[in-house]
Design a protein around this ligand. Sequence first.
Ligand code: FHN
Length: 455
Amino acid sequence: MRILLVFLLVSLSIVVAPAQSVYQPSAENLAARKAFQDDKFGLFIHWGVYSLLADGEWIMNQRQIPAKDYEKLPTFFNPVDFNAKEWVSMAKNAGMKYITITSKHHDGFAMYDSKVSDYDIVDRTPYKKDVLKMLADECQAQGIKLFFYHSHLDWHHPDYYPRGRTGQKTGRPESGDFEKYLTYMDTQLTELLTNYGPIAGIWFDGWWDQSSDDAGHVGKTAPANKNGIDWKLDRTYSLIHKLQPAALIGNNHHVAPFPGEDFQMFEKDLPGSKSTGFNEAQTIGQLPLETCETMNGSWGFNIKDNRYKSTKDLVHYLVKAAGHNANFLLNVGPMPNGKIQPEFVKSLAEIGQWMQKNGETIYGTRGGPVEARNWGVTTAKGNKVYVHILDWADRQLTLPALPGKVSAARLFADKSPVKITQSAEGVVLTMAAPPAADMLDTIIELDMAPATAKK
Ligand code: FHN
């Protein structure tokens, strides 16, 4: 009898449950996704008042700084050397097609003129200027896209309650109204999507704060979490798509994409790798892909971090990302004066020189027909396949069988011919000489009879 009752109640709840609206991306959104995939390379910027303490963007949590003390930081944040034109030109010259900047990181401080709170750069700092507005205008002027990184979690807002795994020691009352917090967040997003021109997308982070670990093992497939919080992502995502249908939504929740998201992101790992612990619960889906990485080991400015990746490492990351069918979002953490440190500027200029010559084998491509190998990756566009040889010392390289006939092959750099021997087992490429040790990437261009690029 009891079982029958439960069965009836469950059936009834299925009948009366409100129909979940299924997200149908608009035509503009689908076009923006394709353009995003073609863009391949973007600049990530982590900038906030934390840069003053020169020890990364997590310092409020790491040093357990109470919110009321952290509030002193904005009073002397004065980035007088900030120059939007310089930043945008630097990104463009590096070959980047978009910028993703923190509008609000976990410390809760808004880097733009928010009207729903005065905890922002215009109202609380001696600088008093809206850096995001200046950046948005300059991006428009120079024709580069702009995304905003917005943190779900907030170590400052009193209504971010119940607290998640972080920000426990920031001296806020043990009470708060989460629904009010969500309204606050949606209002800030409305401001960002209304007052800054066309926005390429919103890059969310911090959802994982309410899950049990970094890999989001609680709530792998649905936005549930240890505190039983409902983030109401559907509501926020619909709002964004209503305000700007082409704006792409990505969420660094470290789990498989939720409905309403337009791209899938991976942190400090190529898609499919699980080396950092962030992406353990991720499988590669059908959406456009992006991976992000730091130039040293920090996102926000860190004066002691000199673990600089070489230009070769960074070019290899970009090429490998493209071979994995993903974009590469490369981070800088500007200094509190508004300048970007010279080590980063130099590497970005060098990457730009490489992209000037070789960008054709990256932009507009998709992951090629050969999966990533120890020697490198392949990218493809139209009837071309680009074989990127990153680590190989011999004249001959054998590829597995390709889906189509290779009609010609040449070195991309000087167009000199490469000998092809194709059979059912694979394709042997014979170069005139082994890849030079100082080449960042020896690229062989293959002409394919039928088109091989993934859609
Ligand atoms: O906690 C953040 C971190 O500060 C940074 O913003 C990175 C960028 O991917 N994401 C978070 C950790 O997953």
